[in-house]
Structure formats: C-alpha cells, structure tokens
Design a protein around this ligand. Structure first.
Ligand SMILES: Cc1cc2nc3c(=O)[nH]c(=O)nc-3n(C[C@H](O)[C@H](O)[C@H](O)COP(=O)(O)OP(=O)(O)OC[C@H]3O[C@@H](n4cnc5c(N)ncnc54)[C@H](O)[C@@H]3O)c2cc1C
Length: 421
C-alpha cells in the first residue's frame, strides 16, 4: 500500500503536538497527528496550568479547570511553613487527560487528521530537501515534508535528530489520593510545596475536584530517594498512600546547544526538553514551542522561509524560551545553595512574592525577576551563579537520605503509635 501522504506529520497528540496541529490546520496546512496513547489513561502530571500558559491558547479551557489557585503554602525541609496569597489566580488545576482531549479535539475541529492508536515505530529521514520523510507504524506507512516530534520525554523523533539525547533529566512521581477524611484539611485554593529537603528537588500537593495530587521531583542522580521523599512528605501531612498507583516519569531539560531541529523535522515540548528545571513544569513550554514551531513549518512549506529552514526554529528557541529555561536552572542552583535565606525572602519580601506571581501570570519574565531589588547587581550575580552551580552539584553528590527525612517517617509512626492511630 502506498504511504499516506501529508505536508506535515505531528508524532504525539499531547499538548505540544495538538498545539502544532491546531495552529497549522488553521493556516490551511494538510497536517496529521499520530497518537499511540489511550485517551482515558492517567497522565503523569501534577495538572498545574499557569495562568500565562492558559492565556496563550486561543480558546477557553475553563471547562477542564477544576480549581483556581490563589497562593502557596511554602514549607522548607518538611517543617518551617508559611502561606502567601494573591488577589488574582496564579494557576489553574486541571485533569491532564481531559485537558489533552480538549486540545486534541480543537486540533481535529480545525482540520487536522487524527490517527488514534497509531504508534510511530521507525523514521526514514528524507534524502533531500524536496523529498519526504517516511514514518512506519503498526498500521502502515506515512510520509510528509516535515515531521514534528511531539512525542514526549522518550521521543523517537528526538533520537533521529539528536542520537545522544538530552543530558539533563529529572524524575517525577505522582499519586492521586481520593478526597477523604484524612486530607480534608488540605486547602482547595492553594498549592502546597516542600523545598530545600532534597537538593534540586521538591514535593507538592495540588487540590483537584475529586482527588488530591501529591508528587515529587528529584535530579536523576537521586532517583532512589524519590519514593521515600514523597512518602515522608505525605506522612508529615498526616496522610498516607495505601493502594493508590504511583506513576513515575522523566522530566528532560534541554541544555544549551542540544539539537532540536534538522532539515526534515523539529522537536517541541518534552521531546525538545523544554521544561522548567526548577519546577518541572512543561505545559507552558509545550504550548509556546508548539506555536513557534507551527509558524516555522508553515513558512517552510509555503516556500517563504529564508535559508535557515527549520534551523531558524532552533535559533528562535535559543534566544527566547531557552533563556527562561537557563534562568530557571540558575534560580534552582541559587535556591539549593541559600535555601533558608530564599525561603525567608519569600516569607517576608512582598515585592519578591508579587513579582513571582507576575511570572506565573505572564506579566513578567523570569529574567525580569532579576530586576527585583533584592537580587544582587550583575558582576556579583555572575560570580554567585558559578558558585551556586558548583555547590548544588556537590550537595546532590553528598546527599544522605537518612539525615534528610527518614526521621520524619519514624517520628510520624512514633506519634501514631502513641495515639493508637
Ligand atoms: C511527575 C510530573 C509532574 C508534572 N507536573 C506538571 C505540572 O503540574 N504543570 C506543568 O506545566 N507541567 C508538569 N509536568 C510536565 C508536563 O507533564 C510535560 O511537560 C508535558 O506533558 C509536555 O507535553 P508534550 O505534549 O510535550 O508531551 P506529552 O504530554 O508527554 O505527550 C506526548 C504524546 O506523544 C504520544 N507518543 C509518544 N510516543 C509516540 C509514538 N512513538 N507514536 C505516537 N505517539 C506517541 C504519547 O502518547 C503522548 O500523548 C510534570 C511532569 C511530571 C513527570
């Protein structure tokens, strides 16, 4: 059978892929999506959609928003907590499966062809600029002038574009706890986070309509602590994980210079490693990179692209989104070096807290946080950036789980034994 032919094939129908397909179809491009997943299966995601991510979308997502978030409960080292609030929402809580289905539905409505249950198995890149790249799936062959890799953290398209893969990877874990008596005290309009416990990592509780999503993320080097950290965090809150499923997933972050484009294709979202290395959030980057990618693909297909072809997409990333990711990485190292100090800054310094809310709403960039007066001047900042990056790496290599939080679990069990609980 001859291959099914399109101008563009998007591999992966998550938020990044749906955004590319929606935008391209709206521009009149003949675009197909190959999506292998089961739409009803749970996604490994906290489900926090920053206000700035929602406002990128040209349609309303309110129907899948389960909670609006107006502030945060900060906790450091599983103790020392305080609450910060904001008048306007900083984030929305959603069910990822419903959100993904909504975006995919919009892509199809605007004219994209969806091949559901179709897994891309291999790619044969085009030999020349005018030829098409071939993709094989269990259901047959496809071909297109441009392939967009929106196939997530373990991207097949990514391996064809940069065989070495993305170097910096963190691991995240989530668990959906049913709403019940022992977690009724968790606020419905706040994020709860614990930081400064595991270097480079943090844990969170996000309220939903029927569940409470608890999760944690740590650098790859500390993978073995992931479960124990989540458990300690949950137990500290007086909750427990019983028979709920724990889901683990990588969070890749692109390093400077790592390839995300070739003559025949490009990568978006997690496949490109476009995630925040501090918070692990990727939905904003998935949507934004999808929109930027679509503009470049359309220009190439229309023959109006300059000589850079799809590589111009990479250049635009380097100067825009990547800058935010680089700043986020530096902020993470700062935090891990001076966690007590920064924790207290967020507690006491209104200007910093409100500036942070502005970042989440999209009224300020992360780079713009540097202009808040509590941040040191540039030459000192540069020195500190080198120092904090070294310090963070040292802390990660020296991390001792038994000192950090094993005692929390023991204390909680002792307290329960004392009360007969
Ligand atoms: C524990 C954890 C918690 C997180 N919490 C948040 C959060 O609260 N907020 C936030 O903003 N971000 C969060 N993230 C990150 C966020 O989930 C990702 O950045 C986001 O899902 C990226 O979207 P994507 O479309 O690039 O990739 P994905 O959502 O991974 O979508 C990829 C799609 O491609 C499909 N696919 C894969 N391979 C193939 C193939 N070969 N053929 C066909 N289809 C294929 C998959 O089925 C999938 O539907 C979290 C991540 C983790 C691990």
């Amino acid at each position: 059978m001859p291959p099914k032919s399109f101008d563009c094939i998007v591999v992966g129908g998550g938020p990044a892929g749906s955004t590319v397909a929606y935008t391209l179809a709206g521009l009149g491009v003949n675009v197909a999506i190959l999506e292998c997943g089961d739409p009803s299966s749970p996604k490994v995601c906290g489900g926090g959609l920053q206000v700035k991510a929602a406002s990128l979308l040209p349609f309303d997502v309110k129907e899948v928003v389960e909670r609006e978030i107006y502030g945060m409960v900060f906790q450091r080292g599983l103790t020392d907590r305080f609450t910060r609030r904001s008048k306007a929402p900083i984030s929305y809580m959603l069910n990822r499966a419903r959100f993904d289905n909504l975006l995919l539905g919009h892509a199809v409505e605007s004219g994209a062809t969806l091949f559901a249950g179709e897994r891309a198995l291999s790619i044969e890149p085009a030999a020349g600029r005018t030829q098409k790249t071939r993709i094989s799936t269990g259901g047959g062959d496809f071909e297109a002038r441009v392939i967009v890799g929106a196939d997530g953290a373990n991207s097949l398209v990514g391996r064809s574009i940069h065989p070495d893969g993305i170097a910096q990877v963190q691991l995240g874990i989530i668990c959906e706890l049913k709403k019940r008596g022992d977690n009724a005290h968790i606020p419905e309009d706040l994020f709860m986070v614990d930081w400064g416990t595991v270097p480079g990592g943090y844990a969170w509780m996000f309220p939903k309509e029927k569940t409470l999503t608890v999760g944690a993320m740590v650098p790859r080097e500390l993978t073995r602590t992931l479960n124990a950290y989540l458990k300690a965090y949950v137990e500290r809150e007086g909750l427990s994980i019983t028979d709920e499923r724990l889901l683990v997933h990588p969070i890749p972050t692109r390093g400077e210079g790592e390839a995300i484009a070739s003559a025949w294709g490009l990568l978006v979202g997690d496949a490109a490693g476009l995630t925040d290395p501090f918070t692990g959030e990727g939905l904003y980057y998935a949507i934004k990179s999808g929109q930027i990618a679509a503009a470049h693909v359309e220009r190439l297909l229309a023959g109006s692209h300059n000589d850079g072809g799809l590589f111009d997409y990479e250049a635009e990333k380097d100067s825009g989104l990547m800058q935010e990711i680089i700043v986020a990485g530096k902020m993470r190292s700062f935090f891990n070096t001076f966690s007590r100090y920064i924790h207290n800054l967020y507690r006491r310094n209104d200007r910093l807290w409100y500036a942070f809310c502005e970042v989440l709403r999209g009224d300020r960039t992360l780079e713009g946080l540097r202009r808040v007066r509590t941040i040191p001047p540039k030459p000192i900042l540069r020195y500190l950036e080198r120092f904090t990056s070294w310090y963070e790496a040292r802390e990660i290599s020296r991390f001792d789980e038994s000192k950090a939080f094993a005692h929390v679990v023991t204390e909680v069990y002792a307290a329960r034994a004392g009360t007969g609980a």
